[in-house]
Design a protein around this ligand. Structure first.
Ligand code: AMP
Length: 182
């Protein structure tokens, strides 16, 4: 199940470029203009539902913070539980964590140790709005595996084509990105 040309255009046209945010040289892909556009948001969520309803998933895991918006909505549509993968220090119970490199310095994501424990060998879909270097998603996939669950696929609305993020992540899990952008 892939996007039709028309669906792709509706979604693509709804994403806004913000130059030099959050710092000079970065073009920020703003998905708030997708979310407040009921046609684009509907087309996107319907596509995700159609694609993943056959995947026999057990959980959707969303990456902090924009992955929560798409992930929680999709989990509800598919009748599945939702698990947040959060930036360090936000989750209240026992966590496992994974560090990853940024351009300057490191960051860390965490998940509750028992997040997927109700279903043995749970089949998990990771979701975020965008993949750039792939560092965040790689760390998220590592965490899912460390809990004993299976990362079936990692899904992104936007793949930033000029970086090797998707290629790197594909060593760990299947990857699906709806729209390639520069
Ligand atoms: P990365 O770990 O480099 O793949 O970065 C992915 C994370 O950073 C995602 O959670 C994105 O929401 C965010 N991000 C990175 N670059 C951009 C960008 N150009 N526009 C919007 N979000 C971005």
């Amino acid at each position: 199940m892939v996007l039709s040309k028309t669906e792709r255009k509706i979604i693509e046209d709804s994403i806004r470029d913000i130059k030099d945010f959050p710092k000079p040289g970065i073009v920020f892909k703003d998905i708030t203009t997708l979310l407040n556009n009921k046609e684009a948001y509907g087309v996107l969520m319907n596509h995700l539902y159609q694609r993943y309803k056959e995947y026999n998933l057990d959980y959707i895991a969303g990456i902090d913070a924009r992955g929560f918006i798409f992930g929680a909505a999709l989990a509800q549509m598919l009748g599945l539980g939702f698990v947040p993968i959060r930036k360090k220090g936000k989750l209240p119970y026992t966590t496992i964590s994974e560090k990853y490199s940024l351009e300057y310095g490191v960051d860390e994501v965490e998940v509750h140790i028992d997040a997927f424990s109700e279903i043995p060998n749970a089949r998990v879909l990771i979701i975020d709005d965008l993949i750039a270097t792939g560092g965040t998603a790689n760390a998220a996939a590592t965490l899912v595996k460390q809990t004993g669950a299976e990362c079936v696929e990692a899904c992104f609305i936007i793949g930033l084509g000029f970086l090797d993020g998707i290629k790197n992540l594909e060593e760990k899990t299947d990857v699906y990105s709806l729209i390639e952008m520069d």
